[in-house]
Design a protein around this ligand. Structure first.
Ligand code: 5GP
Length: 204
């Protein structure tokens, strides 16, 4: 029997740099886990490609997916739906591969309830002012949306207690190194490794 892959969840406040960190991790050659592409109802930003960055859906299509139970989790974030396709996660972990989700905190909370043995990593901002700076310099959001995102971010930081690890995003490079190290360590966790050795002892 193949050992099930890990479900890795990277989350944290809006604007903390989850997307940047995730892209950097996946741009590296030795990545051994699969990225789960999310569904969203928001419009593509310049340069974003359907089926690569997101699966872009209409609200109607998204609500159908919810009804059909096709989403592992979903959340409405600043006026748009975002969600994780459940089949991809199930099939990939069953094949023994790790799956990496990069999602906002409400969705991560839902995943924690369904998969308590997942690996939950919280990406934190060095400070609130730094966080605002990052959202503003991204330049894609109106002032109203920026303020809205900052309010959401404060509430999101308070949800840190639901996570196994906290990684400060001081630099993208440091954050990526720490996340990769956490994943390696998680695979060595005694509770995860022990069943394999129990079987080995039983067989001999
Ligand atoms: P953006 O619109 O900037 O791409 O993403 C907005 C927020 O939605 C980010 O915090 C991102 O991590 C989150 N997000 C992306 N995909 C998903 C998903 O499948 N589920 C949930 N709950 N959040 C997601």
């Amino acid at each position: 029997m193949v050992e099930k892959g890990l479900l890795i969840v990277l989350s944290g406040p809006s604007g903390v740099g989850k997307g940047t960190v995730r892209k950097e991790i996946f741009s590296q050659k030795n990545t051994s886990f699969e990225y789960s592409i999310s569904m969203t109802t928001r419009s593509p930003r310049a340069g974003e490609v359907d089926g690569v960055d997101y699966f872009f859906k209409s609200r109607e299509e998204f609500e159908d997916l919810i009804e059909q139970g096709k989403l592992l989790e979903y959340a409405e974030f600043v006026g748009n739906y975002y969600g994780t396709p459940v089949d991809y996660v199930r099939e990939t972990t069953l094949k023994g591969k790790d799956v990496f989700l990069e999602i906002e905190v409400e969705g991560a909370k839902q995943v924690r309830e369904k998969f308590p043995d997942g690996l939950f990593i919280f990406l934190s901002p060095p400070s609130l002012s730094e966080l605002k700076n990052r959202i503003v310099t991204r330049g894609t959001e109106s002032e109203e949306i920026i303020n809205n995102r900052m309010n959401v971010a404060r509430e999101e930081i308070e949800m840190m207690h639901l996570y196994d690890y906290v990684v400060e995003n001081d630099t993208v490079e440091n954050a990526c190194e720490k996340i990769k190290a956490i994943i390696v360590a998680e695979h060595c966790r005694r509770e995860r490794v022990e069943p394999k050795y129990k079987k080995m002892l039983e067989a001999n």
